[in-house]
Design a binder for this molecule. Structure first.
Ligand SMILES: [Zn+2]
Length: 456
């Protein structure tokens, strides 16, 4: 501690922002990179760092190790009233791999440049994991004794389905994460509107449906290909058909409300909720990333992403494997997905064996809950004139585990206007991930305000 700090103690808000920034930098440097393999991630490093940070606050930490090094950490402030609602603040501690060549700075260096922290996980989602830890530490240190229980969960393995994180906890320790409300990642980027910024609140997610297509042919000599039954040629036609397939446009209520919240010119707003005009209208909006978002929120999407096949250049291949990433709208079942895929492939279906590595429905929470009201109040208190805008996410998070069980789960945070909101879609799992320190300060105060408001 410097002598200055002794003379003039830092106000709590400044201290919470500084601690959030430093804890985030530690988590970035820990580089808990999840490649999808069981031995990757090693989130134990970050569980240790958070336990160290919480030491001395009176909070007791519980550790859950789903596989060697795959540690999730839980701490809680017990409520006074067992009938009052419980809130779970949830952050994941793993990050996705990087391609360093595309970065302007060391992805695991956690450098601060001009008030911006750089590094993998800066927005997905070590920022939230760190600010939630700081908020609960300060609440505990301030002798916060709420009516309802507050739980903090730093979860492993979110970036690979939560098998060694929330999935493990749900299956083996459900009592440790029993809750009424969950807040995690997926929202909080401000969209400017005529009446002030709107912070997106993620209330739902699309379903993950992965399909592996095995396409067969007949092997032969590459020197005499005429009339051959080449599996790669058939696979190319399958890819073409999947790409050309136009699933029907569905305007869900959550999309309708999101469009309304943007306060656009009425003719544009009408077009955005018209199944025939939504994509055209989206392209008229000067918002980076909005067209693919509008498409994803109104369609079940198909993306053929991995192909493997062939053995040698002079052999006509007899087998090609194609992996397709399908994301279904809430309400579209894995069975519906299979029917759509068969429709897309058409008369080639007999030549294609479909395997199902993953089949999950989407998930959706109501936007009208005491949690949404409390988040809106806490947000407006920090950013006067702002409101929240419920929407659906195209990607998925650990929130789905809770929504499937009927628990209200939202994705939220608070980002300042410092980084243009169009930048965010490129930073998630992309290059040059970064966050400004002011956003960390806003987010840590948001959690503080939310807990006081909702848990009382
Ligand atoms: Zn994430």
């Amino acid at each position: 501690m410097t002598t200055d700090a002794v003379r003039t103690p830092m106000p709590d808000n400044v201290r919470m922002q500084t601690e959030s920034t430093e804890l985030l930098r530690t988590l970035i440097r820990n580089a808990c990179v999840n490649s999808g393999e069981a031995a990757s991630g090693q989130e134990v490093r970050t569980a240790d760092a958070i336990e160290d940070y919480l030491a001395g606050s009176g909070l007791r930490c519980e550790r859950y190790e789903a596989a060697p090094g795959r540690v999730s950490l839980i701490t809680r402030i017990e409520g006074r009233d067992p009938s009052a609602p419980t809130l779970l603040l949830m952050g994941h501690t793993d990050v996705v791999p990087v391609n360093s060549a595309g970065w302007q700075r060391d992805p695991f260096g956690a450098e601060i440049v001009d008030g911006i922290v750089w590094g993998r996980g800066a927005i997905d989602m070590l920022n939230i994991t760190a600010t939630m830890a700081v908020a609960i530490r300060h609440l505990a240190a301030g002798a916060f004794r709420p009516r309802g229980t507050l739980i903090y969960l730093a979860a492993a393995d979110e970036e690979s389905f939560g098998t060694y994180g929330v999935g493990h906890l749900m299956e083996h320790h459900p009592e440790a994460i029993r809750t009424d409300y969950v807040v995690t990642e997926g929202g909080g980027v401000p969209v400017p509107t005529r009446s002030g910024p709107r912070f997106s609140l993620a209330i739902g997610e699309k379903g993950i449906n992965w399909r592996r297509l095995i396409i067969r042919g007949t092997p032969g000599h590459g020197a005499v290909p005429y009339g051959s039954d080449n599996a790669l040629v058939t696979a190319a036609e399958v890819v073409r058909r999947i790409t050309a397939y136009r699933p029907k446009t569905t305007i869900l209520d959550v999309w309708r409300r999101y469009v309304a919240s943007l306060e656009l010119e009425p003719s544009l707003a009408d077009a955005l909720v018209d199944p025939d005009r939504v994509l055209d209208a989206a392209s008229r909006l000067d918002m980076r990333g909005f067209v693919p978002l509008a498409h994803a929120c109104t369609h079940t999407t198909f993306s053929p992403n991995v192909v493997q096949g062939g053995t040698k250049v002079n052999i006509v291949p007899d087998m090609v494997q194609l992996e397709v990433d399908i994301r279904s709208l809430p309400g579209v079942s894995p069975k519906d997905v299979d029917a759509m895929l068969a429709d897309a492939i058409g008369d080639l279906a007999a030549r294609v064996e479909v395997q199902t590595p993953r089949a999950e429905p989407g998930s959706l929470s109501s936007a009208a809950t005491p949690l949404a009201d409390a988040l809106a109040r806490a947000t407006a208190a920090l950013v006067p004139g702002s409101r929240i805008a419920p929407r659906m996410m195209a990607a998925s998070t650990d929130a789905r585990y809770f929504r499937w069980k009927g628990v209200t789960a939202y994705g939220f945070a608070l980002h300042s206007m410092r980084l243009p909101h169009g930048e965010y879609s490129a930073m998630f799992h992309g290059n040059n991930e970064r966050i400004d320190v002011e956003s960390l300060g806003l987010t840590v105060r948001l959690w503080d305000g939310l807990c006081r408001d909702l848990l009382g």
